[in-house]
Design a protein around this ligand. Structure first.
Ligand code: FES
Length: 135
């Protein structure tokens, strides 16, 4: 019984230590969670984008290492959905008229004067992703 309880405590400690190494900023204090919980960071694969609806607003999520970027889910050109846009590395290409965006910043690549709106995102100590789409 005692050994079994010790094993459970060890597993909890191991999990906390693992998360501390993955999200060290969270060890300095509680991460301020803003917005809606969308997924776990482990649900996002590096090479892909995720298209989700948050509080009625379509958004794109892109994981880059331990960071998550969140952009508007529609193209600034003529408003087509970016849900089926093509991703090549960090380049997002709208299928409608082939405008391209840098998914690290949201800046337009082609044309350069375009831009995707970004939304604030936080990842808490256990890897939950929260997105604030505002009002
Ligand atoms: S609507 Fe996306 S490039 Fe035209």
């Amino acid at each position: 019984m005692v050994l079994q309880h010790t094993g459970v405590l060890f597993e909890k400690w191991k999990s906390a230590l693992y998360n501390w190494f993955r999200f060290p900023e969270s060890a300095l204090g509680e991460t301020k969670r803003i917005g809606s919980r969308v997924c776990l960071i482990d649900d996002l694969s590096e090479g892909e984008k995720a298209f989700v609806i948050v509080e009625g607003r379509p958004v794109l999520l892109k994981r880059i290492g331990l960071e998550v970027k969140v952009f508007q889910g529609w193209c600034p050109h003529q408003g087509y959905s970016l849900g089926n846009a093509e991703v090549n590395g960090c380049v997002l290409k709208c299928r409608a008229h082939l405008w391209e965006y840098d998914m690290r910043t949201g800046k337009g690549i082609s044309p350069r004067n375009s831009r995707l709106r970004t939304f604030p995102v936080t990842v808490d100590a256990v890897g939950q992703v929260f997105v604030d789409v505002g009002d």
